[in-house]
Design a protein around this ligand. Structure first.
Ligand SMILES: Nc1ncnc2c1ncn2[C@@H]1O[C@H](COP(=O)(O)OP(=O)(O)OP(=O)(O)O)[C@@H](O)[C@H]1O
Ligand SMILES: [Mg+2]
Length: 233
């Protein structure tokens, strides 16, 4: 049975174009005008924001330390070539610590949006620590070394809810490998946690806690759960 014709069929073949021209002429529409109102290509900068989860699509970083971090990372951004958009390179990191619902994840996504709005090319990834450990666990259907490498090397990482997963030797070791690489290469990392630094030390070991305390600026939040506050209002 023949399933394909010998001649390749192309979209927009002469017949289609002629038919379209006839339809436009019948409606008194200039074909040139149709071309000029075509949907614009999505701007590459907007494309950087499409992976932000819907809840945080409108996030605005307004914490003074988040804004200061954006400034520093933007100043350190480097253009890979003449006329190219500046890209996030090295820079400081933040440890956003506070109670459940304080607005930590909101500030983290808000900071990424702000960088993009300032015209900086931001290659970024975001994961909760618990999701990352699940991806790295032996037996998960991912190549764990590649997964760890991609989170370790991405120029900007949101590492959400550090310390929320049960502490095990595996969790401690994988966190150490991730944080150590980002520490060594001074890659900007936005860490959020519900734990105090002392509890992080108990949870993830002294190596992780020591590196975090040097590489991050601590951002404190009002001890208010905004999720419950909103319901009560
Ligand atoms: N500055 C803000 N303006 C408006 N809404 C906010 C702001 N900060 C946080 N929110 C909203 O409050 C809720 C809680 O914020 P978020 O998820 O960032 O908290 P969190 O500190 O990350 O909590 P958790 O520790 O449970 O992950 C969300 O619905 C978020 O959209
Ligand atoms: Mg959060």
């Amino acid at each position: 049975m023949r399933t394909r014709s010998r001649e390749p069929q192309t979209l927009g073949s002469d017949g289609t174009l002629e038919r379209m021209a006839r339809i436009l002429a019948a409606r008194n529409i200039d074909p040139a005008a149709v071309t000029s109102v075509e949907e614009p290509e999505p701007a590459p900068l907007d494309a950087l924001l499409t992976r932000i989860p819907s809840r945080y699509q409108g996030a605005v970083a307004d914490h003074p330390k988040a804004l200061a971090w954006v400034r520093e990372v933007a100043e350190a951004a480097v253009a890979p070539g003449i006329g190219a958009r500046r890209q996030v390179a090295t820079g400081p990191s933040l440890l956003m610590a506070g109670v459940v619902g304080a607005g930590k994840t909101w500030q983290a996504y808000g900071a990424i949006r702000r960088l993009v709005q300032e015209g900086i090319g931001v290659r970024w990834r975001a994961t909760t620590a618990a999701d990352l450990y699940a991806e790295l666990r032996p037996g998960s259907d991912t190549d764990s070394e590649r997964v760890l490498a991609s989170y370790s090397r991405v120029p900007l990482l949101i590492l959400d809810d550090l310390g929320a997963a049960r502490s095990t030797e595996f969790v401690e070791e994988q966190t150490y490998r991730l944080i150590n690489r980002r520490y060594n290469h001074e890659l900007p990392t936005l860490v959020t946690t519900n734990l105090r630094i002392g509890d992080l030390r108990a949870h993830l070991g002294d190596r992780v806690a020591s590196r975090l305390s040097q590489m991050t600026e601590r951002v404190e939040f009002e001890p208010v759960d905004r999720r419950r506050q909103r319901r009560a209002a």
